[in-house]
Design a binder for this molecule. Structure first.
Ligand code: C2O
Ligand code: CU
Ligand code: CU
Length: 478
């Protein structure tokens, strides 16, 4: 079966937002897609990996003419791809070479909160560094690192503080999937920016409380990119890394492709699409088979009617590897007896956004859940303002399972691990949530301006045997 549907409610797409900024095809020449280098460990042993991740300011040649002032991790824009091997103990020195406070949030990583997780309670001050250590113990997946200092997450991500993180394991390694990084396996960080005078970005000028948008697509920090296709099958690890924008992906000629992974890793089965919509912070891995094309052909990955990436087909060896019908086992989590369904309500637009009628407060813990328990969460989007909009709901420090949408089956690509699920207006989405570690974790809308605007709350995962107290940041001390 091949799905030809974006699934999300069309009247709620961002195209219907009064402040919507449509993408425009760049007029500058095509450039080879920038493939971020892999961050080399400072040291690696059989059991441990050591990394240094530095947030820094720099300049990047994005357009002809003046360079753009940008921020990145171990580079001038976005960053290097960070690879963790499952089972290893990871040590990371987090260095802040910026002129302001930042935090290093590992979006999608199952780690203790709130300091290792790197939300707003884990500041690294300018010129300083801090060390974290955790065991990587989760399935192979495409995750990401981004800044998370509240309430300037949106601005720091807009400047460029976001980079792919890849978890590898032995289960994924045995599947017949392309995994030759930069050759047939590419991260694609989808973003959008506006260029002002002298090719500079201007966050304040473009500010919109419902999320900042730009008319120019930027993929891995490349404007108008192309990929040289030299193998029949190509794997795309796509991240919607935009502050606000939804991407409605399809190929220029309707080429069908397979989705094999969602946020938290490989899905139980491949799902075939001609169209997929991605909302902020989601990751999808696609396998694209270019078998029907010939040397010299070109096809583009589009969002709506604008090309994001051009694929230039070259000669390749025939590769008729078929994806198995079954990829991995994703266990169903039985809800822990005696737990009550947790209701979470997302409401509002603009400055009115809230969770459960409240704005985020650093020092307020909104909910508690026993570590290891599996609890049903019911997330509602009230649609209480004109038209309403889709809110991507994200929880830190865990991967969850989507149970239902308004009592119906989730979308076909929501049967694997997820850390972000978008909720349509007037919809309630049920998910099963388990925290493997203790800590304080944020949960929020991942339209980053909504998150900064207070559409965020926090939950403590606690162990009754070992009560803990946490030093929580104070908004006023920022
Ligand atoms: Cu992508 Cu609070 O996170
Ligand atoms: Cu997160
Ligand atoms: Cu929102």
């Amino acid at each position: 079966q091949v799905y030809n549907d974006y699934f999300f409610d069309e009247p709620a797409w961002n195209t219907h937002d009064g402040g919507y900024v449509p993408l425009e095809e760049p007029t500058t020449p095509q450039q080879k897609l920038h493939v971020p280098a892999v961050l080399q460990p400072d040291k690696e042993t059989d059991t441990d990996m050591y990394y240094t991740v530095t947030a820094e300011e720099g300049e990047t040649q994005l357009l002809p003419g003046p360079k753009t002032k940008t921020w990145g991790y171990n580079g001038s824009l976005l960053g290097k791809t960070i690879i963790f091997k499952r089972g290893k103990t990871i040590h990371i020195t987090l260095k802040n070479d910026l002129h302001e406070l930042t935090t290093f949030h590992w979006h999608g990583l199952n780690v203790p909160g709130p300091y290792i997780d790197g939300g707003c309670h884990a500041p690294v001050y300018p010129g300083e560094s801090s060390d974290i250590k955790f065991v990587c113990n989760q399935p192979a997946a495409t995750l990401w690192l981004h800044a998370h200092p509240c309430p300037s997450t949106a601005q720091q991500v807009w400047h460029g503080l976001a980079t792919p993180v890849v978890v590898q394991d032995e289960v994924e390694a045995k599947l017949p999937l392309p995994r030759n990084y930069g050759v047939d396996d590419f991260p694609l960080v989808l973003q959008d920016r506006n260029f002002h005078e002298d090719n500079q970005w201007d966050y304040q000028k473009d500010y919109d409380p419902d999320g900042v948008q730009g008319k120019t697509p930027m993929i891995n920090g490349t404007i108008n990119p192309y990929i040289d296709v030299t193998t029949q099958r190509v794997r795309l690890r796509v991240l919607d890394g935009a502050n606000r924008r939804e991407f409605r992906l399809h190929f220029s000629d309707g080429l069908e492709f397979a989705q094999v992974a969602s946020d938290g890793g490989i899905m139980p089965e491949p799902v075939y699409f001609t169209k997929v919509m991605m909302t902020c912070a989601e990751r999808d891995e696609f396998i694209v088979d270019f078998g029907k094309y010939q040397d010299g052909d070109e096809v583009a990955l589009m969002s709506d009617d604008v090309p994001l990436v051009h694929f230039r087909i070259h000669e390749f060896a025939k590769d008729d590897t078929k994806l198995p019908d079954h990829l991995v086992d994703v266990p169903d989590l039985p809800v822990t007896a005696g737990t009550k369904t947790r209701h979470v309500v997302m409401s509002g637009m603009d400055e009115e956004v809230a969770i459960d009628g409240k704005k985020f407060e650093m020092q307020r813990i909104d909910a508690r859940q026993k570590v290891g328990d599996v609890v049903l969460w019911d997330i509602t989007n009230t649609n209480d303002m004109v038209g309403g909009m889709i809110h991507p709901f994200h929880i830190h420090g865990t991967q969850f399972l989507v149970v239902s949408r308004n009592g119906h089956a989730p979308y076909p690509n929501e049967h694997g691990w997820k850390d972000t699920v978008s909720v349509n207006p007037n919809e309630h989405v049920q998910i099963k949530v388990r925290f493997e570690y203790t800590g304080v974790y944020m949960y929020h809308c991942h339209i980053i301006e909504h998150e900064d605007g207070g559409m965020m709350a926090q939950i403590e995962s606690y162990d009754p045997q070992h009560p803990k107290t946490y030093k929580l940041m104070d908004m006023d001390t920022l």
